[in-house]
Design a protein around this ligand. Sequence first.
Ligand code: MG
Length: 384
Amino acid sequence: MTTHLASYAASDATSRGRRFHEPAPGHRTEFQRDRDRIIHSAAFRRLEYKTQVFVNHEGDLYRTRLTHSVEVAQIARTIARALDLNEDLTEAIALAHDLGHTPFGHAGQDALNEKMREYGGFEHNLQSLRVVDELEERYAEFQGINLTFECREGILKHCSIPNARELGDIGHRFIDNTQPSLEAQLTNLADAIAYNSHDVDDGLRSGLINLNQLKDVALFAEPYQEVISLYPQLNERRTTYEVVRRIINMQVSDLINSTNKLLQLARPDNIEDVRKAGKSLVVFSDEMHQKNIDLKRFLHKNLYRHYRVHRMSSKAITIIHKLFDTFMHDTRLLPPDAGNRARALESEQGASGKARAVADYIAGMTDRYAIREYRRLLDPLEPT
Ligand code: MG
């Protein structure tokens, strides 16, 4: 736990509270309680079997959504503590940020969004908020897990304007262009630090990218030169680890230094000043920002669009589309709880209500559950 908080950090004292009033926790801060609720949620446990880049069954050492989220939390907490920001809130946001992700990574999300186009679309950030606000059923008195406003605003990183209008207070900042807490801002960048560096590691391990290609990418090439001149005899795997940990460290240090400088200029007194600052106050230097973009571009071109990843994505699209069409056609094929919910939402809101319930059900699936459901529903020879 952070011992000293900057005046502009999020705190229990300035929190906008929870949607349903609850007594203050006895031995924890409000944000520790948020984190604990997230860790105990079903959606959090499912992250273990959801794709980051590589489908879960491709190998035991690749990142999953769960290990990705833990790496984001670890990086974000380091930054929060160095900046005297609220480490508990930061950790909670990081652990929750991907709760709404579909099976099969971005391919799964795009496939579901395509199917939901005429029913209000599907956004994974918004779905993460739906998970904690509505879909987790653990409490007698309310739907969801009743997180603090600050945790919820951190989870909702992006949001379209029409959706923001429907969300009330949590959507306001997308309409009036105000900022979330510094804790939310830094967790967003910690997410990018984590996936850029672990995707290099997983990409190299899988053999889909190689060291030679990465020599043109500054964020990799500079620490790589340092490592091979210090340890010319080191084998490739350990060299990669030495490089990847330097990549993380360089970005984290740059972010802390650049943000400290900007905070000294902007001089926010409190979290309201942060919200009204007109721009994000957690930043990389211009040079690091550019290096980040270059690495991201490299990964897009060479890893995320690699033909083997593309084959996986193509299968994922088929699975998601077929599951969606099948359930939309006949909601009695859904398990009873999900089916009842689909029919209840259909009678309230029509086809878009039914579609939302089907999307919620599919988005909650792990990769392997989606594959199993596909087989059970669509292969006549498979046991149901
Ligand atoms: Mg993420």
